[in-house]
Design a protein around this ligand. Sequence first.
Ligand SMILES: Cc1cc2nc3c(=O)[nH]c(=O)nc-3n(C[C@H](O)[C@H](O)[C@H](O)COP(=O)(O)OP(=O)(O)OC[C@H]3O[C@@H](n4cnc5c(N)ncnc54)[C@H](O)[C@@H]3O)c2cc1C
Length: 354
Amino acid sequence: MPEQLPVSSTLSDAHSVAIIGAGLSGLACGHQLASQGVKVALFDKARGPGGRMSSKRRPSAALDLGAQAFTVRNERFANKVAEWQTAGCVAIWPTSRYQASASGWQTHNDDQLRYTGAPRMSAVTRHLADTLNALPNAAITLETHITAFDKTAAGWQLHDTNGSIHGPFDVVVISAPPPQAKALLAEWEPTLSAACEAKPQRGCWAGWVIFEKPLPPITQVAPAWHTVHTQHSVLRLASRNHTKPGREHQPESISLLAQLDWSDLHIESDGESVAQQLLEAFVSLLPNNTKLPNVIELGAHRWRYAQPAQAGQQAYLYSTSGLALCGDSFKGSRVEDAWLSGDELGKALLGRSV
Ligand SMILES: Cc1cc2nc3c(=O)[nH]c(=O)nc-3n(C[C@H](O)[C@H](O)[C@H](O)COP(=O)(O)OP(=O)(O)OC[C@H]3O[C@@H](n4cnc5c(N)ncnc54)[C@H](O)[C@@H]3O)c2cc1C
């Protein structure tokens, strides 16, 4: 089990916490702490919150480049997702899944209910960021890349790439993927740093293509198919963004997720050639005589740390020095794991049971 914190009892409104990373786990942890009066400051190096739940917004279409959809197993997460549905940032994405193989396309449906952000995946984390920012004791600072810590008599200070110093804070939570967290921790906390070392990550290329017109129908496949899984050596999943709730009026746009083995081998390749190879892999799944509409836009995003090589066993970790770790890798590899990890760490810091 994680060790106890140095703070005499547990965190209260007298304490302040810095959270590095405004992905789902960092935001969940921030919400839990801020709701109990703790002063919370989140920092993210990106232009927007969301991390691996980010979406790319193009003039004509919104493309999910990280998580495509998510499932719900845990009861507390189910309650949270119901709140998000009421807030209008999450909707059910009815299942129309296929598996493509040498013998053609077969339906690949299961009993899982799948949810997605509405009108794009990043709407979930945007909603969490907005509601957190609205609290008087919480703030999110974007485009701020934290590169180092510093322990002073008053608490932890954070240094960013612009030379600014933030803090002091009683506790620092790192919600970045373990290799990035490890780099920050190495000097201060060998135990947590070793825990990050033990969580290698797989990379993943995520391509996107926007077409001028809808794809032609495929024989014996539902015209409104949503995803196709494949054993192709390059492509693992094609997912149609415009079939997701709130995007029905957008042009045909498809996210193309590469196989993890292929991504690991090609992680240093250039995005243009990766995008081309992902599109060619997708086209190879279509019947030979398929006439493709014109491509308006084609691109690819590299996720250097897309998912853990192995599922985690503890939801979070913290040490007596006031440094803590959360993120999907500590619990599993999915959206639900990220939320549970951040939420459970927040509760542990407050001395509350899950
Ligand atoms: C291609 C892909 C497809 C996926 N598909 C699914 C799916 O279908 N279903 C599902 O359930 N899950 C899926 N996932 C997994 C899901 O996206 C993650 O589990 C979840 O988003 C992780 O959230 P997190 O908060 O733990 O980490 P992240 O979202 O990675 O958040 C970490 C944040 O830390 C920030 N950061 C890092 N270092 C620093 C620093 N030094 N200073 C400041 N900020 C920093 C980053 O910018 C980032 O915003 C997918 C992931 C990928 C990449």
